[in-house]
Design a protein around this ligand. Structure first.
Ligand code: PLP
Length: 385
């Protein structure tokens, strides 16, 4: 491993915040209680759970009773979509298969796309900036629509969806449908409490903003019915069974509090770093192209294409030189599989396979950008040559 590393894959996961680690430690050692119990050790855990729920609710613009703790963003998305769908099916028991139709745009994360597919849902085309095509959405929705799931910020290219506009279309065309938003990539950068206010369900994941992996939350607004997808002891008011991951939940709450308190300053600082990185690479690499309009992206996203350079090979070479990045394609069965997001944006396969995502986070520094500006142009020139 090279001596110094420029970690530019924060959209995949970001380092734990010290506040989160400190908050968790006691719950990994002496405060080991199960909050469902009825003795003093259990009460200690329940108090911590209640406090964490308050913090998470405030950060997400919800009431504490609307927060359901999950084992991450994937589970939160699954619970939102399958949970509403199943609740509606349950309410119409006399008409099996009448849970309605689930709808999502083609550039969603697989946690949403595959849940939608598993329920026989419908896909809506994306625009060239990866946001949903609102006209196509309006045409797809109808009285049968049960859930519409539209992400707040895209995980690959970083574009932010105007959720209020999506909500207006949904309320107009499918007034009975629930609107879910995957805010997993948005939370580090955007005021999710206000931007996701038009949604009935909101999913977040702790490890994207300095909390631990395997913990997340789903806001289920009062009046939105969901059926559980995990059955058991009835925790989380019967919406998500399983003994609470107290340390993880407390860590997530601490990371959320720290993220919200510093978000404006972080966005300003990181956007400047990202701009220096993107502009520097566009100037240094002949033919380099930026994906999507920068003004509609979250601050940490830098997504570029280097014509003629296969992104998987580039990521391997960058890794050898101490730059951690991510490719817009994956090698499946010996062939390059282009990213479904880039395909949904209408890019040809050959271009999609030349893309590189450099994602910055709260701990990104000028040194990271300097290193990438030094290493990436050389690596691209080497592979192009
Ligand atoms: N949704 C989006 C937009 C994501 O970027 C991710 C993670 O990459 C997820 C959902 C899944 O979250 P988790 O890793 O917590 O399961």
């Amino acid at each position: 491993m090279p001596e110094t590393i420029a970690y530019l894959d924060h959209a995949a996961t970001t380092p734990m915040r010290p506040e989160a680690v400190a908050a968790m430690l006691g719950f990994l050692t002496e405060r080991y209680g199960n909050p469902s119990g009825s003795h003093s050790i259990a009460r200690q855990a329940r108090l911590a759970l209640d406090e964490a729920r308050e913090v998470v609710a405030t950060a997400l613009g919800a009431q504490p009773g609307e927060v359901v703790f999950t084992a991450g963003g994937t589970e939160a998305d699954n619970l939102a979509i399958t949970g509403v769908h199943a609740a509606r099916e349950g309410a119409r028991r006399s008409h099996p298969g009448q849970g309605g139709t689930v709808v999502c745009p083609a550039a969603e994360h697989h946690a949403v796309l595959r849940t939608c597919a598993a329920l026989g849902g419908r896909l809506v085309p994306a625009l060239p900036d990866a946001t949903v095509d609102l006209d196509a959405l309006a045409d797809t929705l109808g009285p049968q629509t049960s859930v519409v799931s539209v992400m707040l910020a895209n995980n690959e290219v970083g574009t932010v969806t105007p959720l209020a506009e999506v909500a207006a279309v949904v309320r107009q065309q499918a007034p009975d449908a629930a609107l879910h938003t995957d805010a997993v990539q948005a939370f580090p950068w955007l005021d999710v409490a206000s931007l996701a206010a038009p949604a009935d369900l909101v999913a977040v994941s702790a490890h994207k903003f300095g909390g631990p992996k395997g913990v997340g939350a789903l806001v289920v607004r009062a009046g939105t019915s969901i059926a559980p997808i995990i059955h058991g002891g009835g925790q989380e008011r019967d919406r998500r069974s399983g003994t609470h991951n107290i340390a993880g939940i407390v860590g997530m709450a601490a990371a959320m509090r720290a993220t919200v308190a510093t978000r404006d300053a972080t966005v300003q600082r990181v956007a400047a770093l990202r701009d220096r990185l993107a502009d520097g690479l566009l100037a240094a690499v002949p033919g380099a192209v930026e994906t999507g309009p920068r003004r509609s992206k979250v601050a940490g996203n830098c997504h570029l294409r280097f014509p003629g350079v296969e992104s998987e090979a580039l990521v391997v070479l960058l890794d050898q030189e101490g730059v951690c990045a991510s490719a817009g394609s994956a090698c499946a069965s010996g062939a390059m599989e282009p990213s479904h997001v880039l395909m949904a944006m209408g890019l040809p396969v050959t271009e999609a396979n030349t893309s590189l995502r450099l994602s910055l986070g709260a701990t990104s520094s000028d040194d990271d950008v300097d290193r990438a500006l030094d290493v990436v142009p050389k690596a691209v020139a080497h592979l192009a040559g």
